[in-house]
Design a protein around this ligand. Structure first.
Ligand code: ARG
Length: 593
């Protein structure tokens, strides 16, 4: 338990002993004043007493609670202010106990009360298309959310849920046929074994798809060929299925590389194409339940009794099957829900997807609830805003194109290299170490700049600002961690080792309280599915360390030995927690910089 929650519990008991609700004992961080914590329950207690017809002065309640708590082991001092605020300073021994416990175990107190099984649907890149800047946010936020849940002790599976099953595949098949008609995949009479080597590379796929899709836009005959190929593929034509398997393998290899470069790892590499076989039964089932109806040849499910098409109000129906017989985005997402239910039966599914798809998921969840597959609270849309250019629109390259993810990462590394040169950091590194450090800084800059905003906020891409070593940036946090590493190395070299932590200085106490806030920050970040709360915590911790280090020299000659050991212990505890929290938000820390 954190010191702050122990204090809350103790104050709660004091309130209860006086006949008030224990929840009134909540001890929170002070917004102003000299004491680090405050307890504001006395005012509410007086309010509740008044409702019961008693008349009490909140200041009197505060005095009574303060009297009862004055000698408590956790309490250093309590001061009553204004109408009945209690300003609380924890005792030195309570701080010392907390600090030493955190030094022994940086993950102390992080677990949730109850472990859930959770699936996180994020990433969502499409097969056979190169990754681009639009894939950044889902990957980075989804990965952080996944690690937050894991750090809380939940059982979590991340699923990439690859997209674009359907016409896209027909485009690829038919375009490849025009290019290489002699491949055995196109010969309907071929009965042998198809080659195990794919006939295409990722570069081929990213060329074939736009070629076909552009041609089909102006040429109905070309479109028809793609349609036919799609239909035959979905009906299981052998050569086409073999091609599809190649396309998927080639795409997965490329996606693994792309997401790997971002430090994003999935447990499940499933996608829309995996659930295709489940669709007919699913549609059958929904129809038997009486949930579907025909509408102009299409098959739909109504999800909102108040939907008004004319007024464009409410939630529109979900289309399961188009008039052409094609299945749609909702259909594959519904089949995926069925698949997850039978394969994993999760307590909770989170979809980390662009906010612009909010309606899609609202509709989706309504069908799943209507069908009785899931309870409403088991499915949650975790939306996010866009990364914009300086024009306030989703980020584009200078010529208006879509920036490839690898180019974005490269851009960040270049910006980081420039920063390193400017600040004279790493001048003595050899080239490969400097490049590696720049890579880590560039990525940290990009991810932290993304994660530190509340999810739904749009932000402007600004590599200059993101890579600054001062202020609330990824590089600042890396620098803070690296600095502690270097202090610890120096201590090691001079034969000083850490010992019992005895916080004495006010800056030491503040650092311990910052450390103490971690469990609460992590719990809140889970609760709100909000990595930015952890970013705030990490930044506050780094700042608290910085103040501590300025006020309390660790290895200086004049520092007494016992203080050296205590401060070193505090430095180790800080590094342990920084490493823990930065791993969750996906930042890699160099050994030196
Ligand atoms: N592939 C989709 C897209 O590119 C994102 C997938 C999101 N996840 C889902 N289950 N629909 O927009």
């Amino acid at each position: 338990m954190s010191l702050q929650s122990e204090l809350s519990e103790a104050f709660g008991k004091a309130f209860a002993a006086l006949g008030h609700a224990p929840a009134l004992g909540a001890v929170v961080e002070s917004t102003k004043g000299d004491a680090p914590y405050q307890c504001n329950g006395a005012m509410a207690a007086a309010g509740q007493a008044k409702k019961r017809g008693e008349k009490v002065n909140p200041r009197d309640i505060a005095s009574a609670v303060a009297d009862a708590m004055q000698d408590h082991a956790l309490v250093g001092s309590i001061e009553i202010a204004g109408p009945g605020f209690m300003n609380v300073t924890p005792s030195g021994s309570a701080l010392a106990k907390t600090a030493n416990a955190l030094a022994a175990n940086p993950a102390r107190g992080l677990s949730a009360d109850k472990a859930l099984s959770v699936m996180i649907d994020y990433g969502g890149a499409n097969v056979a298309k190169p990754m681009h800047v639009g894939h950044l946010r889902s990957a980075v936020i989804g990965e952080a959310v996944k690690r937050i849940f894991r750090a809380r002790g939940h059982e979590v599976l991340g699923d990439i849920h690859m997209g674009d099953w359907g016409l896209q595949m027909g485009h690829l098949v038919s375009e490849l046929q025009s290019e290489q008609p002699d491949l055995p995949y196109f010969d309907p009479d071929f009965t042998g074994e198809y080659p195990s080597e794919p006939p295409v590379t990722m570069a081929d796929l990213s060329r074939l798809y736009p070629a076909a899709s552009n041609a089909a836009k102006s040429d109905p005959e070309r479109m028809e060929r793609s349609r036919v190929a799609t239909a035959e593929l979905q009906q299981g034509r052998r050569g086409y299925r073999a091609l599809l398997d190649h396309f998927i393998d080639v795409s997965i290899a490329a996606l693994k590389q792309g997401y790997g470069a971002l430090g994003v790892e999935f447990d499940l590499w499933k996608g829309e194409m995996c659930v295709d076989p489940l669709i007919p039964d699913m549609i059958d089932g929904l129809t038997k339940q009486g949930l579907t109806r025909e509408d102009d040849g299409a098959l739909i499910v109504d999800v909102d009794p108040d939907y008004d098409m004319e007024a464009r109000k409410g939630v529109p129906p979900v289309m399961l099957r188009a008039r052409t017989g094609a299945v749609l985005y909702h259909t594959t997402d519904l089949a995926t829900l069925v698949d997850r239910k039978t394969e994993n039966n999760p307590d909770l599914i989170l979809y980390v997807v662009d906010q612009r798809q909010a309606m899609h998921f609202d509709q989706l969840f309504r069908v799943a609830v209507k069908a009785g597959w899931y309870a409403p609270e088991q499915m949650e849309f975790v939306g996010f805003g866009t990364m914009n250019g300086t024009d306030g629109k989703p980020f584009k390259t200078r010529d208006g194109g879509v920036l490839r993810l690898e180019d974005l990462i490269e851009m960040m590394q270049v910006a980081a290299e420039k920063r390193l040169a400017e600040s004279g950091i790493g001048e003595d590194f050899d080239e490969s170490e400097r490049a590696e450090v720049a890579r880590m800084i560039g990525l940290a800059a990009l991810k932290f700049a993304d994660l530190q905003n509340a999810r739904l906020t749009n932000y402007v891409f600004d590599p200059e600002r993101f890579t600054a070593f001062e202020g609330k940036t990824g590089p600042y946090l890396l620098y803070a961690a690296v600095r502690i590493k270097s202090i610890l190395r120096k201590a090691d070299a001079t034969g000083v080792s850490s010992g019992e932590i005895v916080p004495e200085h006010e800056a030491e106490a503040a650092l311990v309280m910052a450390l103490d806030g971690y469990a609460r920050a992590l719990a809140a970040s889970e609760d709100k599915r909000a990595p930015h709360i952890l970013c705030d915590h990490a930044y506050g911790l780094a700042q608290a360390f910085s103040r501590f280090y300025a006020a309390c020299p660790i290895l200086a000659d004049e520092t007494p030995d016992a203080h050296k050991r205590s401060r070193l212990g505090l430095a180790e505890a800080t590094l342990g927690q920084l490493e823990h929290v930065l791993r969750i938000i996906g930042l890699e820390i160099p050994d030196r910089m």
